[in-house]
Ligand binder design. Structure first.
Ligand code: SF4
Length: 396
């Protein structure tokens, strides 16, 4: 299967962060040959990946493959043509000038750097493998190596007892002049080290009020610095929005390779065996690595489109004539400050993103073209609306 959007999961991490429940393989040394052999077997099963518009190496920590490891992985993909956006997730300590040069040479255009905080005490609490100084150095290395776009991940809503200074962290992050920032509220996932610490009473999770306060403060700080939230967790400078993730939000087809990777062909969805060792073994035995498959029902697709559309700044196209119940909900949300009803016949406001492709239509609401679309109305959530995203989607 060739696809417009390709994801490759690289599961290795040097150690597990306190809050992390991702599908990873903790390894002191990356078993590069074993991983690449298994990946080659998977590619042989699915066929050539063709010429995707976007490639995303996610993890885990893909940067742990180093310069030569990423170059070898890219050779396996035998991409036929240039990739418009090629993202590599990197931890700061791996992003050296040499590695950045090699990655840029093999086509990487975007480094998504796991910064999380600029406070060494907080980074230690998270069990991160880097200190604050490494973040600035990584950004400089990425730029010097020729990587066009830099994104920083930051976490907010940490336990109050940590006394994390969010304003200072945001200032430091903005000072690095990234093109893009991804913001994640800390959640306590079952089975993590953090969950055990919370159970023992060592930490108390941030209450909802703190989560909301920090989310809104982050919006304001980034807006003042020239970033626009184009999605509930993602902010970018004009024209630097990530293309790859938009494909997920619009239910465009994508191909996933590697342990735990998900794929979607426009009709059905499937996902790989999540455990690294089992994914390798299945491929060694000549078996499929696919662990599950589903065909979403029309009702599921409609709900997903609604949810995915509303999590973006472009929102959803309002069906006309609009059902009375939806009209009443929209007006209630607008009055509460949770949403805006944008009349596109008056021209799309700047808050809507450019270059939005039409989403697949499965019913009454669709994500779809924003700027440049004549007529019609769009329903777009505000920052305070995004804080209630699940509740609002469930109510219509
Ligand atoms: S670096 Fe990322 S994937 Fe690895 S343990 Fe930490 S949070 Fe999880």
């Amino acid at each position: 299967m060739s696809a417009q959007h390709l994801y490759v999961h690289v599961p290795f991490c040097a150690r597990r962060c306190t809050y992390c429940d991702f599908s990873i393989a903790v390894r002191a040394r990356v078993p590069l040959n074993e991983y690449l052999q298994a990946l080659a077997r998977e590619i042989a099963r699915v066929g050539p990946v063709g010429s995707p518009a976007t490639v995303y190496l996610g993890g885990g920590t893909p940067s742990r493959l180093g310069g030569p490891g990423v170059a070898a992985l890219v050779r396996l993909l035998t991409l036929r043509g240039p990739v418009a956006e090629f993202t590599l997730e990197a931890n700061p300590e791996d992003l050296t000038p040499d590695a950045a040069r090699v990655w840029a040479d093999v086509g990487v255009t975007r480094a998504s750097i796991g910064a999380q905080s600029f406070d060494d005490r907080v980074l230690g609490w998270m069990h991160r493998s880097h200190d604050a100084a490494a973040i600035g150095a990584a950004v400089r290395s990425a730029r010097a190596g020729g990587i066009r776009d830099v994104s920083l991940d930051l976490i907010f809503a940490l336990p109050a007892a940590l006394q994390r200074d969010l304003a200072r962290d945001l200032e430091r992050a903005i000072g690095c002049e990234p093109d893009h920032l991804s913001l994640y509220g800390l959640t306590v996932e079952p089975g993590t080290a953090l969950a055990r610490q919370v159970e023992r009473g060592e930490w108390i999770s941030a209450p909802d009020g703190r989560y909301e306060d920090e989310y809104l403060r982050t919006h304001e700080a980034l807006r003042r610095a020239g970033y626009r939230f184009y999605e509930v967790s993602n902010a970018a400078r004009e024209g630097r929005e990530a293309i790859h993730n938009r494909a997920y939000w619009r239910l465009n087809p994508y191909l996933g390779l590697g342990p735990s990777a998900h794929s979607f062909d426009g009709v059905s969805r499937w996902w790989n065996e999540p455990a690294y060792a089992r994914w390798v073994r299945r491929l060694e035995r000549g078996e499929s690595p696919v662990a599950g498959r589903e065909i979403p029902s029309d009702a599921q697709r409609r709900l997903e489109l609604l949810y995915l559309g509303l999590r973006t700044a472009d929102g959803i196209a309002v069906p006309e004539p609009c059902p009375a119940e939806l009209e009443a909900s929209m007006r209630r949300w607008a009055a509460a400050g949770w949403a805006e009803i944008v009349d596109m016949s008056r021209g799309a406001p700047d808050r809507l993103a450019d270059g939005v492709g039409a989403g697949p239509s499965t019913g009454s609401v669709v994500p779809g073209p924003a700027r440049g679309t004549a007529g019609g109305r769009r329903l777009c959530l505000t920052a305070t609306g995004w804080l209630r995203l699940d509740e609002l989607v469930a109510s219509i």
